[in-house]
Design a protein around this ligand. Structure first.
Ligand code: NAD
Length: 283
């Protein structure tokens, strides 16, 4: 059990979390269950989703795993039917499935003469299907679940959608043009949905996580002797608070934005949780 930083009572609510077999959204699913929600754990990776659901149930919560592809409408429709039958209609949708792909990533931060011919992936070598994959996963993978699950919300009180944006939506990070553009689209779409659903009483917001150290990425961030890798040094220098976030530090924002008493007049915001990264010009 984790210690929730805020009291948000979600009992009786059905929360659908996509990408919930993953690092961040698996943790979100657990926090939502602890706050009392019945959680539908959706992931393309069935095993990962099942593991998260099992952990929630073992801790006394209500959760069920559903193998779902957020890029396939039929898959979402089938999951939606199952969720309604198992848990009830959806009150909360967390659009967590997302990520980057190496085929949409340049090898170097800056283009230099000679890169076109050299054995390096420059901007000119970016793979169209890789770029499409990243745009689809992040943008279409948020749009389609919203089309399917927000239908439940239009006749209900107090429903919420939460998207996951990123630091690269504010200013792009080097090497990842597709992921940056796709997350910028998520921030923009969050505003669009917030306006579109404002009269239907559905609030739509996003969290923009900064840089987090998790068990999974610790080896990439720090050398064996504990000193920061060059990339870690750059991240920390660009983060005024001078440290990585702990992934649990996202949970307060999650519970706050979903809390209709605390955040009932908040819709269309993208909340950075970043130790000041997005506020800092570097000078
Ligand atoms: P993760 O890779 O651990 O989890 C993503 C999950 O999505 C995986 O379990 C994967 O199986 C699932 N998935 C992939 N394609 C899918 C599909 N087509 N249908 C259904 N599920 C699919 O990633 P994470 O680090 O937990 O990130 C979660 C979200 O947060 C993503 O949107 C990511 O872009 C965003 N984000 C993460 C960070 C970070 O520091 N980790 C920072 C900013 C934003």
């Amino acid at each position: 059990m984790m210690k929730l930083p805020l009291n948000t009572d979600l009992s009786g609510k059905v929360a659908v979390v996509t990408g919930a077999g993953g690092v961040l959204c698996g943790m979100f699913a657990q926090a939502l269950a602890q706050a009392g929600a019945k959680v539908a754990v959706l992931d393309l990776n069935e095993e990962a989703a099942q593991k998260v659901a099992d952990e929630i149930v073992a801790e006394g919560g209500v959760a069920k795993a559903y193998k779902t592809n957020v890029l396939e409408k039929d898959s979402l429709i089938a999951t939606h039917e199952a969720v309604v039958a198992d848990l009830g209609t959806c009150d909360i949708l967390i659009n967590g499935a997302g990520g980057n792909n190496p085929r949409a990533t340049t090898d170097k931060e800056y283009f230099e003469h000679g890169d076109i011919d050299a054995d390096t992936i420059s901007f000119f070598d970016l793979d169209t299907s890789g770029v499409e994959f990243v745009f689809n996963l992040n943008f279409i993978g948020t749009l389609l679940p919203t089309q399917i699950f927000a239908q439940d919300m239009v006749d209900k009180e107090g429903c919420n959608i939460l998207n996951i944006s990123s630091m690269n939506a504010f200013t792009p990070l080097t090497k990842i043009p597709a992921y940056s553009g796709a997350k910028a689209a998520i921030s923009n779409f969050t505003q669009w949905l917030a306006v579109h659903f404002s009269k239907a009483g559905i609030r739509v917001n996003a969290i923009a996580p900064g840089f987090f150290s998790t068990k999974q990425n610790a080896k990439l961030l720090f050398n064996e002797d504990g000193t920061p890798t060059p990339r870690t040094g750059k991240i920390l220098a660009a983060t005024p608070m001078g440290r990585f976030g702990e992934s649990e530090e996202l949970i307060g924002s999650l519970l706050f934005l979903l809390n209709n008493d605390a955040a009932g007049f908040i819709t269309g915001v993208v909340l950075p949780v970043d130790g000041g990264f997005s506020a800092y010009s570097g000078v």
